[in-house]
Design a protein around this ligand. Structure first.
Ligand code: NGO
Length: 511
């Protein structure tokens, strides 16, 4: 029944083919999905049969299913039970995130080369079950999965979401809740914007006032806060258990008022400014000519690198209006070296292309036009790009002029706009091979609660996630709006407070 790992996915797979019931409603659209006749029912005898190495994913799946079904769902080794199992098989090849799902009336077999692929497949399986499976209380069932077959893998390796915890602070529990929501849509990168003018949110032990003083404020004088290093590591581990890599950002040389307020010696004139609770941008700068600036950055980057297992540290680099161009270039060049000295690679907002971009540095594009020759030229020279066009991918943009939260400087972004572009062909003159993927940033000048986060992220986050995962051939608004509409009962079961866009035919049945 199982194919060898190497045979799971042929290179250059043709167009997506999707048909049939629940299989047609999976978001992001799989590469291929087909419904067969019959159903498999999870009951109180069902076991999860996991290969060695798949226990983490099996435990995660069991956790979801036990809550809503009330069944014991023991995790066992394959072979210990015959039919009636959900089998998680590791096929040992090199496909990073692909998986294959087979559902017959006798059982479910999910196979992948790597645990990350099994985890992606589990997200698909969840969507094939009734929406009530997402509830945190026991329900009556029946817990049926229609028979069928899925073979799937992502289009892009980088599928990200960003949360700005600097403008407003969010607790570990709130961050973990969002990470769970990202996992549902196969997002694999979580970018945490940890420092900005209004607040510094991570304890740096060698410069503790950054957090204790610089973290004490937020936009509009709202309560501040910061993560201890242990709390940050808890977030990193929570994400890792969901095959999501955390990328921490310390924005520089601008967006640093919280740091300048905390340590007078970081200022060129030696005078600390007051803390800031407004929403202007572009007014602060590290002192590029002072040695202490680089000792400071070496300490900050060193401490962050030591508690961040992922490859990338984000060094910001946007809106450095208070830094001269020459200083900006010298600064960004030097900081890329500090990141490398700590064994990491840099991600930076796309303004970094004005500097000498290290071969390992990836630029994050946030402009509002598909025509940016200097970024395209950098991409042609080999700089990798993550695409977050502000007028398409920013989750803090209002949906329409009536939206109570958010901003509109880049655009009003309805869900059809968020979905209506092709990352592979978007930036004029950028080679397709330079595109590492997409990211949906959520800036939080106007965002204070988890409900606020969810209202802005849903339904646009799943739209961006699909652009990152699904093959270009699956890109189809007419089909997507139906699939999106079918997610509503799941979001209700999960307590997600989404924006009910009039562009989407929402399924109203209660979970
Ligand atoms: C810009 C700016 C941020 C704002 C955001 C608001 C970037 C990369 N820098 O995006 O400081 O919070 O817009 O939409």
């Amino acid at each position: 029944m199982l194919l060898a790992g190497a045979a799971l996915f042929a290179a250059g797979e043709p167009a997506a083919a999707v048909d049939g019931g629940a299989y047609a409603n999976v978001v992001p659209a799989p590469v291929t999905a087909r419904a067969d006749r019959g159903t498999f029912a999870i009951d109180r005898h069902t076991a999860i049969a996991a290969d060695p190495g798949a226990d983490g994913v099996a435990g995660y799946l069991a956790g979801i299913l036990r809550r809503s079904t009330g069944y014991p769902l023991p995790v066992v080794r394959p072979g210990a039970r015959g039919s009636g199992t959900i089998a998680l098989r590791l096929t040992g090849g090199s496909d990073a995130e692909g998986y294959r799902l087979d559902v017959t009336p006798r059982g479910v077999t999910l196979a992948a080369d790597r645990p990350a692929g099994l985890f992606a497949g589990v997200q698909t399986l969840r969507q094939l079950l009734p929406a009530a499976v997402e509830r945190d209380r026991r329900g009556p069932g029946p817990w049926t999965v229609p028979a069928g077959h899925v073979a799937d893998h992502p289009r892009f390796a980088y599928r990200g979401a960003m949360l700005d915890v600097a403008r407003h602070f969010f607790s570990v529990a709130q961050v973990e809740r969002y990470i769970d929501q990202l996992a549902l849509y196969k997002v694999n990168t979580f970018h945490l914007h940890l420092a900005d003018d209004q607040g510094w949110r991570i304890m740096i032990r060698s410069w503790p006032r950054l957090a204790t003083y610089g973290g004490g404020t937020a936009v509009d004088g709202d309560p501040g806060g910061y993560y201890t290093q242990q709390q940050y590591q808890q977030i990193v581990a929570y994400a890792a258990a969901r095959y999501i890599t955390v990328i921490p950002e310390i924005d520089m040389p601008g967006h640093v008022n919280a740091a300048l307020a905390s340590y007078a010696e970081l200022n060129c004139d030696g005078v600390a400014p007051p803390r800031y609770t407004g929403t202007d941008v572009g007014f602060s700068s590290l002192c590029v000519g002072k040695d202490i600036t680089y000792r400071f950055l070496d300490d900050v980057i060193g401490e962050l690198a030591a508690i961040t297992p992922g490859r990338y540290l984000h060094i910001g680099g946007d809106e450095a209006q208070a830094t001269s161009q020459a200083d900006y270039v010298a600064f960004m060049n030097r900081v890329q070296g500090i990141v490398a000295a700590h064994g990491k690679s840099a991600l930076a907002w796309h303004q970094v292309v004005a500097a000498t971009v290290a071969p390992s540095t990836v630029a994050q594009y946030w402009d509002t036009t598909n025509d940016n020759p200097s970024v395209a030229a950098a991409a042609a020279r080999g700089t990798g790009l993550v695409l977050s066009p502000a007028n398409l991918a920013y989750l803090d943009m209002k949906y329409n002029s009536q939206t109570p939260l958010g901003q509109d400087w880049a655009a009003l972004v309805e869900v059809a706009d968020a979905y209506g572009w092709d990352p592979g062909a978007y930036l004029l003159g950028a080679p397709a091979g330079a595109i590492r993927g997409v990211e949906a940033p959520l800036w939080t000048e106007t965002i204070r609660t988890s409900d606020d986060i969810e209202y802005m992220a849903f339904p646009r986050l799943p739209a961006i996630a699909e652009l990152g995962w699904s093959p270009a051939a699956a890109h189809d608004w007419a089909a997507f709006r139906l699939r999106l509409g079918a997610q509503a009962p799941r979001w209700k079961a999960l307590g997600i407070d989404f924006y009910p866009s009039p562009q989407v035919p929402w399924v109203s049945q209660a979970a």
